[in-house]
Design a protein around this ligand. Structure first.
Ligand code: MOS
Length: 728
């Protein structure tokens, strides 16, 4: 028996609402926390396999052209070297979003500097690394590589919106803004570098890898190797961050597999930090023009957002910066469009909150300019422009807490809604000011399966190939099952990250929690049906507590010596066409800007977020803290810097690619505006992970202006840019 739900209707009378266990929605600590802090949770590269060889990738030193020869003999006599793999499969990795299709990239063609071209395998890591440096590679280099996204023709991307007459609205508007912003590329730079160990037993390939979406990665890997999926097993129990960079498989996973199959010995390939930055997908830089037309009261009559992003030729992904612009603010005259420039930097793909992470800060800066032009308080300006429905397609919002987030956030932060003018406060060398921004991020869900087993020995087991990328998936699954079955969290064992288990949705796009917990919820409903029958009760009235029916038999007795397992299968249905679903929120920031150096320090930030049912207040808050921290990086320091002559990434380590460190991050306040969204998912939760960075950099930028009077139109707002824009 199993429980299947294709969601076509909002689920507004959810069983979880009747539960009184106090297990879900608490601040329960991570159930795998002890393993992590004691260093005993195995990450991909840490599995100990006998006879394991070490592989190091060799990467291209040209940006466009072809590898004409790889001279394996140049390294084969070096100490410990076993082989050089230059199998075309190694570089024929499927592009993002093309699972199940044949790899497109022709073998040995080079599209970007740093592209993996070969693998050197040796007995030790040091031997492999040394040999990789000495491998002789010949190239034929093309001289038509394009590196500047502004200097090439761009392709128009589908999905543009054109409604009414924006040009006319701009002409007759009482206040208008026409402003272009630029953001530079970001790297996911997850703490755990990409790594894999592959083992081939002559029939089946087992790969320990660091991946976000096993249900999809297994097809990608099987395709790359020409194997049937049932001959591949992926294991990814712990993942040290992904942020989109591990949604798809990368070269280390394919290369380790190719080598293990050829050598019939286990092979480990861990990317070097520099390789992670050079080879793994980037967030595209963006150019975004906003046209905002408003009446004297600040109500928008026109809204325009035109963007240019970039990617390699042939790649389908385009940083979806318009995503929340489609519905965040009203305005009947609308123009939204996007174009993609084809350049030779590494693949552009999903990096934490693709789209809104850079679209929202730019939009919120333009809104700040509008607020000033209209003389309307920035919070009030947003409140006046919240639409009742999706302003273009007219669908209702599944739930919408933007107004509450703006109000409660402003109050918690101590927002001064009085007259705003820059340079109102100076403390010594420092100008001090405040700024705010809305947050928005589309809500996603994905098909998900999870099996829940009540075992005759009294334990309860949850199994799915879902991953926990540091977000808290283990814990919220234990909580969901605990709540439904009347069990404390420590009585529920959760096994994740193994393709032998039922297929989960993977972790990404903030869809993980709502999707997989809905599958576990369905499995528990089915278990409750059976238990109710055995206890001569109805499922609705079945009360379970501490491993027993309240006032009745224990679960173990009801099992009668036999395990009871149910699989929950959740599939998003047509409901996605009926509602616009998104998480909303508000950011408030106080910064100080040095009047001589242009250095910005964030002093305080408050984030207020509405994203449906909160499954765990501690892990949800941590997601918000992480997002707000990334907002600080996006606002002030993070930028991938490419050499304009040969296109190579110049800052490919964490010494040069500047993520915020402790000294950069002040106390951050996080506020939840809880809501139940029965259309968003069966458990009434929406996505949480990415919302915390969708606009935050805009609040910091607006605070910089309020502090020192510098309107900067480029992210990150480094001291040189702030100083240049600072009035005398
Ligand atoms: Mo998401 S782009 O997988 O953080």
């Amino acid at each position: 028996m199993s429980a299947y739900l294709k969601q076509d209707e909002p689920d507004n009378a959810n069983r979880l609402d009747n539960m009184r266990q106090g297990v879900l929605g608490t601040d329960a600590s991570r159930i795998e926390g002890l393993l992590k802090v004691t260093g005993t949770a195995p990450y991909a590269a840490e599995y100990q396999l006998d006879d394991c060889l070490e592989g190091v990738l060799v990467t291209a030193t040209i940006s466009k052209g072809e590898v004409t020869a790889i001279d394996a003999d140049s390294v084969l006599s070096m100490p410990g070297v076993v082989t050089v793999i230059d199998d075309p499969a190694l570089i024929a990795r499927p592009a993002q979003g093309t699972a199940g299709e044949a790899p497109e990239q022709p073998a040995r063609k080079i599209g970007y500097f740093g592209q993996p071209i070969a693998l050197v395998v040796a007995e030790t890591f040091e031997q492999a690394r040394d040999a990789a440096k000495h491998l002789s590679v010949s190239y034929r280099e093309d001289d038509d590589a394009a590196f500047d996204p502004e200097a090439v023709e761009a392709e128009t991307k589908d999905g543009a919106t054109s409604q009414g007459d924006l040009a006319h609205a701009m002409k007759v508007a009482a206040a208008s803004v026409d402003q272009t912003y630029r953001t530079e590329g970001h790297s996911s730079a997850a703490m755990e570098p990409h790594a894999a160990i592959a083992q081939w037993d002559g029939d089946t390939l087992t790969v320990y890898a660091s991946l976000q979406m096993l249900n999809y990665n297994i097809s990608e890997l099987a395709d790359s190797l020409g194997l049937d999926e049932d001959k591949v097993r992926l294991v990814s129990r712990y993942v040290g961050g992904g942020f989109g960079s591990k949604l798809g498989i990368s070269e280390e996973t394919v290369a380790a597999s190719v080598a293990a199959m050829k050598l019939e010995r286990p092979v480990r390939v861990a990317m070097l930090r520099q390789q992670v930055l050079q080879c793994i997908m980037r967030r595209s830089e963006t150019r975004q023009r906003f046209r905002l037309a408003a009446g004297e009261d600040g109500k928008l009559t026109g809204f325009g957002h035109e963007a240019r992003v970039s990617n390699l030729p042939g790649e389908r992904f385009a940083e979806p910066v318009l995503q929340s612009s489609h519905f965040l603010y009203a305005g009947e005259n609308r123009e939204l469009s996007m174009e993609v420039a084809r350049i030779h930097r590494m693949t552009a793909g999903s990096v934490r909150a693709p789209g809104e992470a850079v679209g929202m800060p730019a939009l919120e800066c333009a809104m700040d300019v509008l607020a000033e032009k209209c003389g309307v308080d920035p919070v009030e300006l947003r409140l006046r422009n919240i639409p009742d429905r999706h302003p273009a397609n007219g669908t209702p919002f599944s739930s919408h807490k933007l107004a509450e987030c703006l109000k409660q956030g402003a109050e918690a932060f101590g927002w001064d809604s009085g007259q705003r003018s820059p340079r109102h406060t100076r403390e010594g060398e420092w100008w001090v000011g405040t700024g705010m921004a809305s947050a928005a991020r589309v809500h996603n869900v994905g098909e998900a399966k999870a099996r829940v087993t009540l075992k005759a020995d009294g334990t309860t087991l949850v199994e799915t190939d879902m991953t926990d990328i540091g977000t808290g998936t283990y814990t919220i699954l234990a909580q969901t099952v605990g709540e439904m079955l009347g069990l404390p969290v420590d009585k529920v064992l959760v096994e994740l990250g193994d393709t032998r288990h039922p297929r989960g949705p993977g972790s990404g796009g903030s869809w993980g929690a709502a999707s997989i917990c809905s599958a576990a919820y369905l499995a528990c409903l089915a278990l409750r049906e059976t238990l109710a029958k055995r206890a001569n009760a109805s499922e609705e009235n079945l009360e379970l507590k501490d491993g027993a029916v309240v006032g009745g038999a224990s679960l173990v007795n009801l099992l009668d010596g036999k395990d009871l397992a149910e699989e929950g299968h959740y599939e998003p249905g047509d409901i996605e066409d009926d509602f616009t679903a998104a998480g909303f929120g508000a950011f408030f920031a106080r910064v100080r800007v040095n009047r001589f150096t242009g250095e910005t320090r964030v002093e305080h930030m408050t984030g207020a977020f509405g994203f449906g049912r909160v499954l765990n207040t501690k892990t949800a808050r941590s997601q918000c803290l992480g997002g707000m921290t990334w907002s600080i990086g996006a606002a002030l320091t993070e930028a991938m810097l490419f050499d304009p002559v040969d296109g190579h990434l110049a800052n490919c380590d964490l010494a040069e690619y500047h993520v915020p460190v402790n000294r950069d991050v002040p106390d951050l306040d996080v506020l939840f505006v809880e809501e139940r969204d029965g259309a968003a998912s069966p458990i009434q939760a929406k996505g949480i992970g990415e919302l915390g960075m969708c606009g935050g950099a805009g609040a910091i930028a607006n605070a910089i202006y309020n502090a020192c009077g510098a309107r900067v139109f480029e992210f990150p707002m480094t001291p040189d840019r702030v100083l240049t824009a600072m009035p005398d």
